[in-house]
Ligand binder design. Structure first.
Ligand code: GN1
Ligand code: MG
Length: 338
């Protein structure tokens, strides 16, 4: 890594890998010039890393001008001035290390409110930024019809042995197909708008900080999938990851439960920023957002399992199957709140 440190002009640098997300590879780099987050973009998934670089820089420039106090993860330029570095066939970018921590589950409703407020604020503060100026970093990323189609294809063409041992979850997902129709109707409605959308609002993508006994959410991170999109994506991924005391990795399904007070807190936090921006049609789909995203994530995990883990990878045999079962149970528990 020595030579990449030189590209950034970092002296006496050392890099430690950190666990951040399923897709990219992330390091904490400590140098005499400060601490940085260095990340190699997963090029197999993000085919055009320059699109991500363009989006983060465009938003960063807009915020610097229009909301200079907003805590935004600006990209750190290398000595050349570039913020995306191609090195040994990989793409790297760096951010300043922000003083804060990420959580993979939330214990308290007030934390949910804090996190939801940050995601609401992100879209709200960019209300006058033209979302269509952003590049599409992952086409059809949250297109539920397409995700269902990929699932259906994996049942036809995937690993035969895995298909036969997954019949229970396959039947469950098929029986909830009406969610795809609801999604199609939602996106076609004339009072549903595309805005600057984060598209990966899982709870570990918010940083928290503590001042004495007061814990606050301070900013959102992981902006690779910021694109024009629908608010149901952001609410939905928060429902998916904030309401349950265990994460998507939990294999003991009895622990997968949802807390209605946390859903209320999520609503309060997000709407404190976004209520006046949303149409009645959109507000009426708040609950649907959770069904949409939990269902989509179950589809994506099972599809990957049937396709031999080519997208998410698996550290142990059946990991994506366990994740899919977890999301199936989460959808059942969430639906009980209806
Ligand atoms: C991936 O890499 P990470 O953890 O930020 C995925 C999300 C999923 C999530 C599930 C580009 O996000 O859509 O919700 O895993 N990102 C991509 O944990 O596919
Ligand atoms: Mg991500």
């Amino acid at each position: 890594m020595e030579s990449i440190f030189k590209i950034y002009g970092w002296e006496m640098a050392s890099a430690t890998p950190i666990q951040q997300g399923l897709i990219n590879t992330t390091y904490l780099v400590q140098t005499t010039n400060g601490s940085f987050i260095l990340q190699s973009v997963n090029h197999a998934i993000f085919k055009d890393p320059t699109a991500i670089d363009f989006n983060i820089n465009s938003i960063g420039a807009y915020l610097k001008k229009n909301a200079p106090d907003y805590l935004f993860t600006q990209l750190v330029p290398a000595l050349s001035g570039k913020t995306l570095i191609e090195w040994e066939g990989q793409y790297f970018r760096a951010f300043n290390k922000i003083d804060g921590y990420a959580l993979s589950v939330l214990e308290h409703a007030f934390q949910v409110e804090e996190a939801a407020k940050q995601f609401g604020k992100f879209t709200h503060i960019l209300k006058h930024f033209k979302a269509t100026d952003l590049k599409i970093t992952l086409p059809d990323f949250h297109n539920l019809s397409l995700r269902y189609h990929q699932f259906a294809e994996s049942i036809e063409k995937g690993n035969a042995q895995r298909i036969s041992s997954s019949h229970g979850i396959i039947a469950f997902l098929k029986s909830h197909r009406s969610l795809v129709d609801q999604y199609d109707q939602f996106v076609q409605h004339k009072e549903v708008y595309k805005r600057v959308t984060h598209h990966d609002t899982k709870i570990s993508n918010v940083l928290f900080n503590k001042d004495g006994n007061t814990e606050t959410a301070i900013c959102v991170i992981d902006l690779d999938t910021v694109m024009p999109g629908y608010f149901i994506s952001d609410i939905g991924d928060m429902c998916r990851t904030c309401l349950c005391p265990v994460s998507e990795e939990e294999a003991n399904l009895d622990l997968v439960q949802v807390d209605p007070l946390k859903l209320k807190a999520l609503q309060n936090g997000y709407l404190s920023e976004m209520k006046s921006d949303l149409s009645t049609m959109e507000l009426d789909h708040f609950f649907f957002s959770g069904q949409f995203m939990i269902y989509m994530q179950a589809l994506r995990f099972v599809t990957d399992h049937l396709n031999n883990d080519i997208y998410y990878g698996a550290k142990k045999e059946g990991q994506n199957y366990v994740r899919a079962l977890n999301q199936m149970r989460l959808l059942e528990a969430y639906n009980e709140l209806k």
